[in-house]
Design a protein around this ligand. Sequence first.
Ligand SMILES: [Mn+2]
Length: 345
Amino acid sequence: MLTRENFAFARQAGATHLVVHLVDYFRGAAPQRDDQPTGTDLGWGLAGDPGRLWTVDELLTLRREVEAAGLKLEAVENFDPAHWHDVLLDGPQRAQQIENVKTVIRRLGRAGIPVMGYNFSLAGVAGRTKGPYARGGATSVGMEGAYDVPMPLGMVWNMVYDPAAPVGMVPAVSSEELWRRLGAFLAEVLPVAQEAGVRLAAHPDDPPMATIRGQPRLVFQPRHYQRLIDLNPSPANQLEFCIGSLAEMTEGDVYEAVDHYSQQHRIGYVHFRNVRGKVPHYRETFIDEGDVDMLRVLQILKRNQFDGVLIPDHTPQMTCAAPWHAGMAFAMGYMKAALRTLETA
Ligand SMILES: [Mn+2]
């Protein structure tokens, strides 16, 4: 939640920058605030108001509040499905919704927010389970097998944008068709982003399966990030670089991927989290108990002069009065110490 108290918490935990979510993932759904959504076959909740885009005033007010807490507002993460569902689905409102996306990006630029994170995905972050997966039985998320239950009409990106949609299922499209949609989206939107001084940072598929809900995915192996970069040479075409998702992928090597993409200076910001296992069987862990040597990741980023923002992304919930906050504070403390180690190496 974007409250003054949480901004103070972030600053106290040693954060310098914030990446914020403006989409309410839980609207109309069972409350699970202050934790990652997992949801049901109907996804997380209802998408927002299709007729109301984030305003410059709202964004500026948010930026001022963040700055008043001693932080910088680095990025907004994720478009609202209500504003761009037909861009993803290539539906009848696509042209108008491309304009929505352009408007949001221009407004971010006017509000001085340099990065927009996005996830070009049909099924979205679906198919994960929740359980006592992390150290000491801490509640975390993971995957216990493929999830290809078809997606009902009116749904995309694991949210419902049209509760009155007719009964039926979203027809599956080919992987090539989804890449075509992404390419068209980037070609239309990146020039606007570049002019607005905003970089668009793409998250890989979470979970990184070839299909979820029978729909294709784009970036589910490390090499697919290169295909995305090569689609469009604009310097605004960047990556929301998720170490956890990369580690969950079945091919490649997470350290090689970090080296390869940080050398190209296309990383918008980093999701710095750890995981054990690979799809379709993995679990999100505390930052110091997963398969990834997080210090080695930092060393590679430093060697390649990455100077952007790292965020903890998600962490397991700790058993206490403030499970989310404790998890985040633990990750932040670890990150601060790891960065210090790097400075003195
Ligand atoms: Mn991530």
